[in-house]
Design a protein around this ligand. Structure first.
Ligand code: HEM
Length: 148
């Protein structure tokens, strides 16, 4: 099994990076949709309906599958021999960043439902929350590239 993981390493990493790019695209874009939904949604039922469809499709068809593939390929990389040295700092900062990113995904899924029920947050709050994935991305990329 570990031989197979070692053999597949470049392919697993390529799959991981592709999935992560798709996941991040959604994590950056969905809160922007929430900003427009919260601020322009009062202009009538038509824009609200369009926002609801866009939010649902983005979450269900892109972000959820991309998160699952990022996790599966990422854990396969963790199990690949010689890749993660847990005595170093970077695997722990990476893990913290990834857990934070997964929490943010779940928070967005909850906010989609809240907006649907008519009690979402203000556009300003969504704008502020939009900074979180940027900070986490910086932490994760520095962890895997600089490997402190
Ligand atoms: C979902 C859970 C995740 C797990 C378990 C995980 C785990 C890993 C592991 C073990 C590696 C291999 C490092 C190496 O080859 O030296 C890796 C590579 C990488 N990860 Fe993740 N990761 C996850 C999510 C993410 C996220 C959210 C991002 C981006 C924000 C990301 C970006 C990267 C990048 C860019 C690489 C390639 C680094 C290189 O060129 O060596 N990962 N990941």
């Amino acid at each position: 099994m570990t031989d197979l993981l070692a053999l597949a390493y470049p392919w697993t990493k390529a799959l991981h990076v592709m999935a992560v790019i798709s996941w991040m695209a959604g994590l950056f874009y969905l809160p922007r949709l929430f900003v427009y939904h919260a601020e322009r949604g009062q202009q009538g039922p038509e824009p609200v309906q369009s926002f609801r469809i866009m939010e649902e499709k983005l979450l269900r068809m892109i972000m959820n599958p991309a998160m699952v593939v990022s996790w599966v390929a990422g854990l396969a990389l963790v199990l690949t021999p010689g890749i993660v040295d847990w005595t170093m700092v970077w695997p722990w900062t990476k893990a913290a960043g990834v857990l934070g990113m997964t929490w943010f995904h779940m928070w967005l899924a909850g906010q989609r439902k809240a907006l649907l029920a008519g009690h979402g947050l203000t556009g300003r709050r969504y704008r502020m929350m939009n900074e979180l994935p940027t900070l986490l991305m910086a932490l994760i990329v520095l962890s895997v590239i600089v490997k402190f």
